[in-house]
Design a protein around this ligand. Structure first.
Ligand code: MAN
Length: 494
C-alpha cells in the first residue's frame, strides 16, 4: 500500500511536469506526442501508415488520413479522436466531431477553443470530488481489510475448535465402544434368566389354557351330543345328522344319508365315547345347534338354506369365551424383578449405542464443515451458520452461505429452494445449485457475486434468466489486497 502511494505521488509530481513541457499539436495526448514529432519538421506519417502528408496539413481542418489521425484538434475527420488533458481531473478522449460543436465536453473546456461557447474549467472541483470518493473507497476498503484480518483469526479459532471437538468425540467414541461391549455382555447376562422365567410362566399359562380349552371342548361335545341325540337313545345316528344342513357336503340344500354317514366316520350311529373321541374333533367347527323355527319372528330370516317347514334350523353358537379368561396372568414377583433388571440392562446398552451413533453423526457434520473451501485464508468460514436477506418488490431472498439459497413471496406462501452450496466458480463467485425444479425448465440455481464491503450484506437479487438467479453480496471477507479500489490517475498540472 505504502509503495503504491509513493508511486502515484511520483507520477503526479514528476511525470506530469516533465511531460507538460512536451510540445504537441492540439488534441494529442502526452503519451501520443512522440508519434506527432515531424520528420525534419517536414512530413507526418498517418498513424495507420495509410499516407504521408506535409507537416503543416496537421489540424488544417481537412481530413487526409483514413484513421483521422491528422486532425486530432478539429472536427474534420468523422473518426478522429480529440484528447482533453483535463488538468486537475482525469484525461479523456472524445470524438473529434465534438470539437467546437458548441457543447463543453472536456472539463478544461479545451474542445471549444473557437469561442462558440464559454466553457468553465471545473476540472479542479471534479478532481477534488473524485479524490474524496476514492479516499472514501480506500477508507472502506481499509476498514474491510482490517475486519477481514479479524475474520481470518476468528475462522482459524473456529476451525481449531472444530478439529479439537472431533478429537474429543473420537476419544469418547472409543470409550463408548469399550463400554458397549461390557453393556452388551450385561444385557445378554440379564436376558438369559429373564427369558427362562418368562418362558416358564408362559408355558404354564399355555398348559392351563390348553387344559381349559380341552375341558371346554369336552363340555361342548357333551352338549352337541345331547343336542344331536334327538331320541335320547344314547347314540347319534345318521337320521339325527340329516336335519343339520351345515353337514351338506355338496351344497345341494339337503344332507343325504351318505353325507351324514361320512360325518359319522362311516358308522350308522355312534355312542358318546366314539363321538367325543373321534367325531367331535372333525365337526366342531361346522356344527350348529338346532333351534325351533319361528315363522312369526320379526327379525330377518336366517340366510342359511332352510329345511322343510317345521324342521329346526341351525343357529350361530354364542361366543362364550371371556376376554378376561384369555389374558395371561401377571408374572410373579421374581420374574418381574428379572424383567426389570433386563430392561435396565437393555436401556443402558441402547443409550450408549445411541450416543455412539450420535457421535458418528456429529463427526460427519464437523468433517464436512472442515472440508469446505472457505476461500483464501479461510476468511469466509465466519459466514457459515448465518443467513442474509434481501427483499425486492415481490420476494425476500435469503442466502445462508455454504448452505442454501432461497426465495419466499412477500405476500406469504412457501419458501422455494433456489439451490444448495455447490462450489466457488472463481475467488469472488459462488454457485448454489440443484434447487427446486423449474416447471418446463432447469433446476433452480444461483450465482453469488461477491465484492468487498464494510459489512456482510446481501445487496441485490435478480433473475437474469428464468430460474437462474444472481445475488450481489458484499463482505469484508472479500477485501483482500487484490481488490483495492481502482485508482484513476488525476493530473495535477499541464
Ligand atoms: C416462481 C419463482 C420465479 C420463477 C418462476 C418460474 O414464481 O421461483 O422466480 O421465475 O417460479 O416458474
Amino acid at each position: 500500500m505504502g509503495e503504491y502511494m509513493y508511486f502515484v505521488c511520483f507520477l503526479l509530481v514528476f511525470g506530469v511536469r516533465v511531460n507538460a513541457e512536451i510540445e504537441r499539436p492540439r488534441g494529442v495526448s502526452i503519451s501520443m506526442a512522440s508519434k506527432y514529432e515531424p520528420n525534419n519538421k517536414q512530413t507526418f506519417q498517418c498513424l495507420d501508415g495509410s499516407a504521408q502528408i506535409p507537416y503543416e496539413h496537421l489540424n488544417d481542418d481537412y481530413c487526409d488520413c483514413a484513421d483521422g489521425s491528422d486532425e486530432p484538434g478539429t472536427s474534420a475527420c468523422t473518426n478522429g479522436r480529440f484528447h482533453c488533458t483535463n488538468a486537475g481531473y482525469t484525461p479523456k478522449n472524445i470524438q473529434s466531431s465534438r470539437v467546437n460543436d458548441g457543447v463543453c465536453d472536456c472539463c478544461d473546456g479545451s474542445d471549444e477553443y473557437e469561442g462558440k461557447i464559454e466553457c468553465v474549467n471545473n476540472c479542479k472541483e471534479l478532481g477534488k470530488k473524485l479524490r474524496e470518493e476514492q479516499d472514501e473507497k480506500r477508507r472502506l476498503h481499509e476498514e474491510g481489510f482490517k475486519k477481514r484480518e479479524g475474520f481470518i483469526a476468528e475462522a482459524s479459532t473456529l476451525m481449531e475448535g472444530k478439529k479439537l471437538k472431533i478429537k474429543e468425540l473420537e476419544t469418547e467414541k472409543a470409550e463408548i465402544q469399550e463400554k458397549l461391549k461390557e453393556l452388551e455382555a450385561r444385557k445378554t447376562e440379564a436376558e438369559g434368566p429373564e427369558k427362562e422365567a418368562k418362558d416358564k410362566h408362559e408355558q404354564a399359562w399355555k398348559e392351563q389354557k390348553d387344559a381349559r380349552e380341552k375341558e371346554r371342548q369336552a363340555g361342548k361335545a357333551r352338549e352337541a351330543f345331547d343336542d344331536l341325540d334327538l331320541n335320547k337313545d344314547g347314540f347319534v345316528d345318521v337320521f339325527e345328522i340329516i336335519p343339520h344342513l351345515e353337514f351338506d357336503i355338496d351344497s345341494n340344500g339337503i344332507v343325504s344319508e351318505e353325507e351324514a354317514k361320512e360325518h359319522l366316520e362311516d358308522h350308522e350311529k355312534v355312542d358318546y365315547e366314539e363321538f367325543s373321541s373321534k367325531i367331535w374333533g372333525n365337526i366342531h367347527s361346522i356344527y350348529k345347534k338346532l333351534v325351533p323355527d319361528e315363522p312369526q319372528q320379526v327379525t330377518p330370516p336366517p340366510v342359511e338354506p332352510q329345511g322343510d317347514t317345521g324342521v329346526p334350523v341351525p343357529t350361530e353358537e354364542p361366543q362364550e369365551e371371556s376376554a378376561e379368561e384369555d389374558k395371561m396372568p401377571e408374572y410373579d414377583e421374581e420374574t418381574k424383578a428379572l424383567i426389570a433388571a433386563a430392561d435396565e440392562a437393555r436401556k443402558n446398552y441402547e443409550e450408549a449405542d445411541k450416543r455412539s451413533r450420535d457421535i458418528d453423526g456429529e463427526i460427519t457434520t464437523l468433517t464436512s464443515y472442515l472440508n469446505t473451501d472457505y476461500g483464501k485464508d479461510q476468511a469466509y468460514a465466519v459466514l457459515r451458520d448465518n443467513c442474509y436477506e434481501y427483499t425486492d418488490r415481490e420476494y425476500t431472498y435469503k442466502l445462508c452461505p455454504f448452505s442454501t439459497a432461497s426465495q419466499r413471496p412477500k405476500s406469504g406462501g412457501h419458501e422455494t429452494n433456489l439451490g444448495r452450496w455447490g462450489r466457488w466458480e472463481n475467488d469472488k463467485t459462488q454457485v448454489y445449485d440443484h434447487g427446486q425444479n423449474c416447471w418446463n425448465g432447469p433446476d433452480r440455481s444461483v450465482k453469488i457475486h461477491i465484492t468487498c464491503g464494510p459489512d456482510h450484506q446481501l445487496t441485490n437479487a435478480y433473475e437474469p434468466s428464468r430460474c437462474e438467479y444472481a445475488f450481489d453480496f458484499i463482505t469484508p471477507c472479500a477485501c483482500d489486497q487484490h481488490s483495492q479500489p481502482q485508482v484513476k490517475e488525476i493530473r495535477d498540472e499541464l
